[in-house]
Design a protein around this ligand. Structure first.
Ligand code: CTP
Length: 403
């Protein structure tokens, strides 16, 4: 999955012959899973049509503050577009547009959006070789870079003038991989190995029956997907769950019983930086597993249960520098019980679910949690989607490494 998946991208096109290549750029962004809003300078429309780009981007293309031909036209709000964007790319960036960007000129929608954007801005210059080397162009480059804008250098080759040299806009595939590498390099969990447990466990009674619970695995899968999106190397150890990982970079290890989950966790834990135990592990399992299906004979029937190993306790015992996060599902004395679990399991953070909160717990798309850290700082959170809760948990991990 591309790091650009789900990203909101504003593509600003200025008037150079390389504008014809933006059709490919838009296609590649869309293929990478990004949302694209194209803004064109009036001059760029001589090189590529808005219709082509709106068809490819699946969005209307803007080039003026409003459409003069449409009497019901609405205002194309540059501030809204600028703030909507996760990243902005100006490609091709002509000498004229670069100079205006460097000097704060604001005489078209693209420039107004550039000035409003708070996100990272990339620019891919395209011009003839002598223009590319002109001191005024070089001044624009260095000024823009001093503002934090990121230059995607032009490539060398044949130019529209017939001359050959530096100044061709970087090829669309090179622009995309430049941005992907830059975004990936800045992800906050890059280089971190994260182990996540998810789902229920099934403890066999006989070949066809088991003791299990209602956990869907959703919380753990969301954490694994979010962590991968934030650049972490993720291993997800999941009990039986119908869910699949969205992000193919997540290493998914499927297990069935608490014992298998225990073994898998210990295989990975030593080389892990962060472990997040979101699985609803069975606390008990049948002491003896029947090798054949148990037939109904007696009017009542007892199964003797024995304790499973507490995976989290065992990880807490051997942890060195690992940041260890556990969950607690409580129905009474929530805070006190959760604090006791922090100590018993040697945790750095516990994510407390209270079944007294509507919308929290098993099978729901939402969760309402309270964070308690090892210093017993308590932070209640609002009711959120499990994806948003996953992001909050990972923000705690990021904060731990940034402290
Ligand atoms: N956990 C685990 N291994 C177990 C049981 C639980 O790793 N055998 C982990 C869970 O993944 C969770 C945390 O421990 O992160 C808390 O589990 P909880 O449901 O609160 O159960 P217990 O700690 O076993 O406590 P109790 O059932 O007594 O409330």
């Amino acid at each position: 999955m591309s790091v650009l998946s789900g990203k909101k991208i504003v593509l600003g096109i200025s008037g150079g012959i390389a504008a014809y290549k933006t059709a490919t750029l838009v296609r590649m962004f869309i293929k990478a899973g990004a949302e694209v809003q194209v803004i064109m300078t009036p001059a760029s429309k001589d090189f590529v049509t808005p219709l082509t780009l709106s068809t490819l981007s699946k969005n209307p293309v803007f080039s003026a503050f409003y459409n003069e031909e449409d009497e019901n036209a609405s205002w194309n709000n540059h501030v809204e577009i600028g703030l909507w964007a996760d990243l902005m790319l100006i490609a091709p960036a002509t000498a004229n547009t670069l100079s205006k960007m460097a000097n704060g000129t604001c005489d078209n929608l693209l420039l107004a959006t550039y000035l409003s954007a708070k996100c990272p801005v990339y620019f891919a210059p395209a011009m003839d070789l002598d223009m590319y080397k002109h001191p005024s162009t070089l001044t624009s480059f260095s000024k823009l870079q001093s503002f934090g804008n990121i230059m995607i250098p032009a490539e060398s080759g044949e130019l529209a003038s017939g001359l050959s040299g530096e100044g061709r806009m970087a090829e669309p595939e090179n622009i995309i991989s430049f941005i992907e590498n830059d975004v990936a390099g800045k992800l906050p969990l890059r280089g971190k190995k994260i182990l996540v447990t998810a789902g229920p466990t099934h403890e066999a009674i006989d070949p066809v029956r088991f003791i299990g619970n209602h956990s869907s695995g959703k919380m753990g899968f969301e954490i694994a997907n979010e962590a991968a999106k934030l650049g972490a190397e993720v291993t997800l150890i999941s009990g039986p769950s119908h869910l699949n990982v969205e992000n193919e970079s997540v290493q998914l290890v499927r297990v069935v019983s608490a014992e298998e989950m225990y073994q898998a966790c210990h295989l990975f834990f030593e080389k892990t930086d962060v472990a997040i135990a979101a699985a609803a592990v069975a606390d008990y399992r049948p002491k003896n597993r029947a090798t054949q299906k148990i037939k109904k004979e007696e009017s009542s029937f007892n199964i003797e249960l024995e304790r499973t190993k507490d995976i989290l306790v065992s990880l807490g015992e051997i942890k060195k520098n690992q940041f260890l996060i556990g969950f607690a599902l409580e129905t009474e004395n929530e805070i006190e019980n959760a604090k006791a679990k922090i100590q018993k399991k040697n945790l750095d953070l516990i994510v407390l679910n209270s079944l007294q909160d509507d919308g929290a717990g098993f099978g729901t798309p939402t969760n309402k949690v309270t964070f308690i850290d090892k210093n017993f700082t308590i932070e209640p959170m609002d009711l959120k989607s499990k994806g948003a809760v996953a992001r909050d948990i990972l923000n705690k991990v990021i904060a731990h490494y940034n402290d």
